[in-house]
Design a protein around this ligand. Sequence first.
Ligand code: HEC
Length: 264
Amino acid sequence: MSWRFFVHFSHLPLVQKVLYSGALCVLGLGYSFAMIYVFASHHGRDGEPMLTVDDIVIAYSGTKTGTVLESSLRGPMSNMLPAAENIKISDWVRNGITEERYESEMKSIFDKRCITCHNKRNPHLPQLEDYEGIENVAEEDHGADLYTLVRVSHIHLFGLTFIFFIVGSIFCHAYLKREWIKISLIAIPFVSIFLDISAWYITKIFEPFAWVVLISGAAMGSCFAVMFFISMYQMWFYKLPTDAHQEERGLVQQDESDPPTASN
Ligand code: HEC
């Protein structure tokens, strides 16, 4: 079965195993940071501490009832200020913001807690230095805007393809008794990237697709972890079973009617 032919890790030169291990470790570290970032930027938007489907719905399609300011104060910005001030701002936003109360009570809080980062010199964050800036984030929350989604989509499409191409190419050298498992582990991440990114846009209009975002993200992460650990383990600790040697060289015949394709 020539399609089963592969060279196992144990037959690779040391230098290649060092290269592969280095790449896997750095990618693994990068992946861990990405997971931390996803958690930190999305969890808590719905008021629950864990990352939930509702958090994803709010991130992509908005709260419908709340504002960007409120959902960020419940989520990623909640530890930027003491709870009492947080409640004060949230109440003010919920009851309709006014410039008078901004000047008399709120400005001092924003100036003290927020404008070190949210100022007019930083084009990447909404500025909170004056009433106008606050108004912009105190409008109804429609979730991530299309421009942001397009920007993040192309970064993800390129970035994740590189990651899974590298990890998958390394994992091709692993030995798994069932070839279809190996093929699935390599293929699922690519399907997931596609589903994940499509689901971001669909979630904006149809909320249940937040599940697809969550599940495809989890599938990608799991495939990464499984390929990482199997590759590292088989590279450094594993002895290939004797019957697998033949298979590795493409000599094993699974289907009796199929003639062997290699003769050496
Ligand atoms: C240490 C820097 C820093 C401070 C201080 C800070 N923020 Fe932020 N804020 C950020 C960063 C970085 C982001 C974008 C990352 C993200 O979306 O999670 C952000 C995002 C936001 C957003 C969401 C923007 C959007 O379009 O989704 C709002 C609203 C916000 N902050 C409000 C505040 C408020 C109110 C305060 C003060 C109580 C505050 N921030 C204090 C760094 C800061």
